[in-house]
Design a protein around this ligand. Structure first.
Ligand SMILES: [Zn+2]
Length: 110
């Protein structure tokens, strides 16, 4: 488990990984950092999901699925109208894979 650090006044704006809302400058927040991952920040009032603090391939799998989704969405944006159907098919399969991955990971934590 990574150690959680508490900060009384944020010196820059972060995004809370729990509620996805910005952590305003000057507000208290908490954060932790794991090897190979960026710093994770949270409102002091938000609960850090246990899964976030687990260094394992599970989290890596989820981030991998998320990256695939992002890549699909980006290529989707780049497609011309004629490739629309193909882009939609790619996007749907990426979403389905991400869903499946999230389900598997959820089950491994319960
Ligand atoms: Zn929050």
């Amino acid at each position: 488990m990574a150690r959680t650090h508490f900060v009384k006044k944020a010196n820059k704006q972060w995004t809370c990984r729990t509620c996805r809302q910005p952590i305003e400058i000057g507000k208290p927040y908490k954060w932790f950092k794991m090897r190979y991952y960026p710093k994770f920040s949270y409102h002091d009032t938000c609960t850090i999901p246990k899964a976030h603090m687990t260094t394992s391939e599970h989290l890596g799998n989820l981030y991998g699925a998320q990256d695939d989704l992002t890549a699909s969405v980006n290529s989707f944006r780049g497609f011309a109208e004629t490739d629309f159907a193909g882009a939609v098919t790619d996007l749907i399969s990426a979403v389905e894979e991400a869903e499946e991955m999230a389900e598997q990971e959820y089950e491994s934590y319960t």
